[in-house]
Design a protein around this ligand. Structure first.
Ligand code: FES
Ligand code: FE2
Length: 320
């Protein structure tokens, strides 16, 4: 009996950082409940494919090599191009057209590498959002952290619409006040006011979370400083997720202030996920929760999230 009644949702997902692989590099990955190979051709393009060679099943990410824009299998030397087509069987004049490797669309955006996963291999239904501030001189380089969490994306994302937990899990005295939660197609936007207590009194700030499918969310923190968090969540399998925080702040005049502000924010984000982790890893999913009238828009969130499950599954009394 799986712990959660959900299949892996479709979305763009972060699978790497550009600096993880030089051109010509090959790496084994495990996401979407599958063994994968990420490789980078000589021109620098990334390719993500199922790992097992259709010939006799060798893992292309373990001993495979990039050669003339293709990946060569370590077992018998067959090669596959970036579309997954077999391009050479070194000891035969004939190609085997059935030998095809499943290939995932990949883009580099916001200085991160994303792949599109859909269980039925449907082409991307939206583009990866591009955040113009990333990589501009006005903003700092990313501060990055990564966590492997023993739960699914939906359970973690539900935090966004759960203001009440901040006081109890994160010890926040001033809980953000939700102004609006709007879902539209693959996007969900949660706009909140946040009061910050400073030595000079209370300052009004904002925390605005924009979700783009299950895999990518940006959070703008404004008020005392402008900070952008690009948070990505990638399913490893049916009950574990890799979460990456890519964090940038608007630079101050001096480097010291920029890095101390950024480090304070990063420290807080990392503290929060570590506080959430034991809750997430030990809770159960309740299809019919007993909510308070002042809880956040949890039902609306779940309805929005459910669109990303393409495979049939049963959630409590409802069957999709
Ligand atoms: S298993 Fe890959 S070439 Fe034989
Ligand atoms: Fe939380």
């Amino acid at each position: 009996m799986p712990r959660f009644p959900f299949p892996i949702p479709y979305s763009w997902y972060q699978v790497a950082e550009p600096e993880d692989l030089d051109p010509g590099g090959v790496r084994a990955l495990k996401y979407f409940g599958r063994e994968l190979v990420l490789w980078r051709d000589e021109a620098g393009e990334f390719h993500l494919q199922d790992a097992f060679c259709p010939h006799l099943g060798a893992h292309l990410g373990v001993g495979g090599a990039v050669e003339d824009g293709c990946i060569r299998c370590p077992f018998h030397g067959w090669t596959y191009d970036g579309t997954g087509a077999c391009t050479n069987i070194p000891y035969s004049d004939r190609l085997n057209r059935k030998a095809h490797v499943r290939t995932y669309p990949v883009v580099v955006a916001n200085d991160l590498v994303f792949a599109w996963y859909h269980p039925d291999e449907i082409a991307p239904l939206w583009d990866v959002p591009v955040f113009d501030e990333v990589g501009t001189p006005a903003f700092s380089d990313y501060y990055k952290s990564s966590y492997t969490i023993g739960t699914i994306l939906q359970e973690m994302a539900e935090n966004t619409v759960d203001p009440a937990h901040f006081r109890y899990v994160h010890g926040t005295d001033q809980v953000a006040e939700c102004e609006s939660y709007v879902t539209e197609g693959h996007t969900a936007t949660m706009l909140s006011k946040q009061a910050y207590v400073t030595p000079r009194g209370v300052t009004e700030g904002r925390i605005d979370v924009y979700s783009f499918g299950p895999g990518v969310a940006k959070t703008w923190f404004t008020g005392i400083v402008d900070a952008l968090l690009v948070a990505t969540s990638t399913p490893i399998d049916n009950d574990s997720t890799q979460v990456r925080f890519n964090f940038t702040v608007r630079k101050f005049d001096d480097e010291r202030t920029t890095s101390s502000v950024a480090n304070a924010f990063v420290g807080e984000i990392n503290k929060q996920i570590q506080e959430d982790q034991p809750i997430w890893e030990n809770k159960t999913f309740l299809a019919v929760p007993a909510l308070a009238d002042t809880d956040g828009p949890i039902v609306k969130f779940r309805k929005w999230f459910s669109q990303f499950y393409a495979e049939p599954h049963e959630v409590g009394a409802t069957t999709r």
